[in-house]
Design a protein around this ligand. Structure first.
Ligand code: 6PG
Length: 251
């Protein structure tokens, strides 16, 4: 590990490159899943989309890590999804299925992709919210994940909580559809109440293109006010950065 910082109540861990970051997060996931399953029968995990977590998912599917997880007790969900077919290369589910879900002995009924086949993002978002209601424990009327993995875009978005979009003000629904003008496309995403309530949040940020935003966030340039900064974790949270993403921080 190259260095450790603190952001709010969240430890920040910096690694030389994406591979070392992924190995550290994989180890964290294994330990966290094991400790969770020592206390309860199931572990409910929401995966991040985008490109950063793909190497983590690939690692978790390798023997060293795969054998340490009781996959039959793990439920997999998604933090957000692009409103495309699950067979599209744009799909977060497609990426995770290829890198991880098809390679580990999860129970098929425990894999919960965000549906994108109703032809209407709002309907699919409601269906996913109902699934969370059925599957997850609740705290203060909010479904509680055991673990949520999140990435960050250059603009400081996370999941599909993009700057200037109405989903940022959603405080009731656990899942919402959002049209992202800058992408000219619909997304479905977990909302702030669900992200805040998670028992553990892991933020994974890699790449030089994220360095300026990381500096803006971590040097408490609260004028930044980007979506990822608005998350208020009720429980554990950790930032995992590679050296490129942390390049503008003093570690
Ligand atoms: C998505 C993700 C999104 C992602 C960031 C970072 O659907 O794209 O959920 O929030 O985590 O955009 O993406 P990269 O990891 O590709 O930089």
């Amino acid at each position: 590990m190259k260095g450790i910082l603190q952001y709010g109540n969240c430890p920040v861990r910096v690694y030389a490159d994406l591979h070392q970051l992924s190995a550290a997060v994989a180890q964290h996931c294994v330990q966290y899943i094991q400790s969770t399953l020592a206390q309860q029968d199931e572990c409910h995990i929401a995966l991040a989309g985008g490109s950063t977590p793909e190497s983590l998912y690939t690692l978790l599917a390798t023997t060293d890590y795969m054998q340490q997880i009781s996959w039959d007790k793990v439920h997999i969900y998604f933090g957000d999804e692009r409103y495309v077919s699950h067979d599209s290369p744009q799909s977060n589910f497609c990426m995770a299925r290829t890198a991880l879900l098809d390679k580990v002995p999860l129970l098929q009924g425990n894999i919960h992709p965000i549906p994108t086949d109703a032809g209407d993002a709002e309907s699919d978002a409601q269906a996913y919210a109902q699934l969370l209601t059925r599957n997850l424990p609740y705290d203060n009327n909010v479904p509680v994940f055991d673990l949520i993995l999140l990435g960050m875009g250059e603009d400081g978005h996370t999941a599909s909580l993009f700057p200037g979009t109405p989903i940022l003000t959603e405080k009731q629904k656990p899942v919402a559809a959002v049209y992202v003008d800058t992408l000219a496309s619909w997304r479905i995403s977990l909302t702030y109440p669900v992200l805040n309530a998670a028992r553990c949040l892991l933020f994974l940020v890699s790449g030089k293109n994220k360095a300026a935003q990381i500096r803006a966030i971590f040097t408490s340039e609260h004028s930044a006010h980007v979506p990822i900064q608005q998350i208020q974790p009720a429980h554990a949270c950790y930032w995992y950065l590679d050296a490129d993403a942390a390049a503008e921080l003093e570690t």
